[in-house]
Write a protein that binds this ligand. Structure first.
Ligand SMILES: Cc1cc2nc3c(=O)[nH]c(=O)nc-3n(C[C@H](O)[C@H](O)[C@H](O)COP(=O)(O)OP(=O)(O)OC[C@H]3O[C@@H](n4cnc5c(N)ncnc54)[C@H](O)[C@@H]3O)c2cc1C
Length: 490
């Protein structure tokens, strides 16, 4: 039995830990925070329960496949509700598009906005479905070591049909011309990734997930999903050491021999580092053992950071749905300010989640739970004044849209931004979702899952393959664990 250390208890770390423990290894998870769950932690205040990070439950099959590995199923842990509408996009106070859960209804809705686009959507999603099936069943489970993987799985020919080498924005414009429809299609890659023109068309697989499979909600909140992952790990005997900040990896004969945490030394046979990749390399490893130098990281395109507000409102707010995208500003200008002309946005787009529309357990009776998220460039100077300034901007737009000013009803308010991401997660430049999904940061071009210099060190999580988001992080943990087990067998 090997003794394996996992650094970080986010989805990637939890997933890796269970896969390794199920194969008979002795696994210990070291987590710097008191709570388990990483960016998907929860907190409670004044009767409100908040999911700190993820709120969009897409690709339910990835979660289900993970549970099935352990003879379990989603329903063993939580009720999964399909949202209808899945989400709404607010283009103006009287100009809102609600995305129905039923795909035929969605095609009719597209048709009503742009003639011919109903059929175009069917065609677009059919291609997206093929990408999803190949991408999610094969491609994302590859460790991303080299091109050989593509050859051996016959994926190279698919690489062209999967549109890895063509641009997302071009692809979308071959199907739709209406700017609202284009925004609806482009928002997932923009929020989780990069400028659509820099994103491979492969990622339309996310549209299959969001528009055809649908948007789901785990009743009780995303915290229930973390609880499920923790339960599986507990049942398999994984040991959790919370409030343990790993400070150093000691190397002997090109292997990690010990892990130093809170000043104590722990023996280890192998390590999965699921904390932010840059942090692990630059803070825990001596220079000569790093895969990448500072200039490598500086040249990467990071997915956005975020300004977040968690609010408790002691009244109901009609007009809001569970997921609300405020796209009543110029998408191109805001995205350029995230990725190119980096600065705090001139006129931001933002997202409001209101889980209390679906789930009364997350609020005191008669109240509303709001989560405001404004994407911003990572590394921005983050001050209390700037946070407040943008809080007012977002709230004014919400008041305008909902038709009422409920500022007197805010009974709980907490902000979260770049400096919190750095402090809480050791996040490079305070990134929220890791690396952007650009062509040269996809698959084999991602930071490598295996250390090139230390035989028993593997990386997982949103900064390596397959990328940002909860489903990819779950897969990343599985792939890293599989690679580590191959190493143990040799
Ligand atoms: C605000 C926000 C909203 C999001 N929304 C969505 C969404 O709606 N849907 C979706 O699918 N995805 C969403 N995501 C992305 C998704 O949450 C992440 O991609 C995923 O949770 C990352 O998991 P991870 O395990 O890679 O990293 P993390 O969750 O960050 O886990 C890494 C862990 O390592 C710990 N750690 C760091 N340094 C050390 C150290 N030295 N010692 C010990 N532990 C350490 C950290 O504390 C952390 O717990 C969102 C993310 C954020 C931040």
């Amino acid at each position: 039995m090997s003794s394996i250390s996992v650094i970080g208890s986010g989805f990637a770390g939890l997933s890796a830990a269970s896969v390794l423990a199920a194969k008979g290894n002795s696994v210990t998870v070291f987590e710097k925070n008191i709570e388990i769950g990483g960016r998907a932690r929860t907190f409670g205040a004044q009767g409100f329960s908040y999911d700190m990070g993820p709120s969009w439950y897409w690709m339910p099959d990835v979660f289900e496949r993970f549970y099935n590995l352990f003879g379990r199923t989603t329903e063993d842990f939580y009720e999964l509700k399909k949202l209808d509408p899945g989400f709404q996009v607010i283009f103006g106070n009287d100009d809102t598009v609600k995305i129905p859960a039923d795909f035929d209804e969605l095609c009719d809705l597209f048709e009503s906005i742009e003639k011919g686009s109903g059929n175009q959507l069917r065609k677009f999603i059919k291609i997206a479905e093929i990408k999803y099936n190949t991408g999610i069943n094969d491609l994302v489970y590859q460790p991303g070591h080299s091109f050989k993987e593509f050859l051996s799985f016959g994926l190279l020919k698919d690489a062209f049909s999967l549109q890895i080498f063509s641009s997302f924005s071009k692809h979308v414009r071959q199907f739709f011309t209406n700017p609202q429809l284009i925004s609806i299609i482009e928002f997932p890659v923009l929020f989780l990734g990069a400028m659509p023109k820099d994103t491979p068309a492969l990622y339309s697989l996310m549209n299959y997930a969001g528009l055809k499979q649908g948007t789901f909600y785990p009743m009780g909140g995303f915290g229930k999903v973390i609880e499920a992952f923790k339960t599986i790990a507990d049942e398999l005997g994984v040991e959790f050491k919370a409030n343990e900040n790993v400070e150093k990896l000691e190397i002997s004969a090109n292997k990690v021999s010990h892990l130093i945490s809170n000043g104590q030394s722990f023996n280890t046979d192998a390590v999965i580092a699921s904390a932010d990749y840059h942090h692990v390399e630059s803070k825990l490893l001596p220079k000569e053992f790093r895969n990448y130098n500072e200039s490598y990281w500086d040249k990467r395109t990071f997915a956005p950071s975020s300004l977040i507000y968690y609010l408790g409102i002691d009244k109901k707010v009609p007009k809001l749905e569970h997921h609300n995208l405020f796209f009543d500003a110029d998408l191109d200008i805001h995205s350029a300010e995230i990725y190119k002309n980096i600065k705090w946005p001139t006129d931001p787009l933002f997202y409001v989640c209101c889980p209390s529309k679906t789930d009364h357990t997350v609020v005191p009776e008669g109240s509303e739970n709001l989560f405001l998220l404004m994407p911003i460039a990572p590394g921005l100077n983050d001050t209390e004044e700037l946070r407040e300034q943008y809080f007012k901007v977002m709230m004014d737009r919400i008041y305008k849209y909902t038709g009422e000013n409920f500022s007197e009803n805010i009974v709980y308010k907490r902000s979260y931004c770049v400096s919190n991401f750095i402090e809480d997660y050791n996040a490079y430049k305070g990134n929220a979702y890791g690396l952007a999904n650009t062509l040269f940061q996809t698959a084999i071009f991602k930071p490598k899952l295996k250390s090139k210099k230390i035989k028993n060190l593997f990386f997982s999580g949103q900064l390596t393959v397959p990328g940002p988001g909860v489903p990819p992080s779950i897969i990343s943990g599985q792939v890293a664990a599989t690679e580590l087990m191959k190493y143990l067998k040799n």
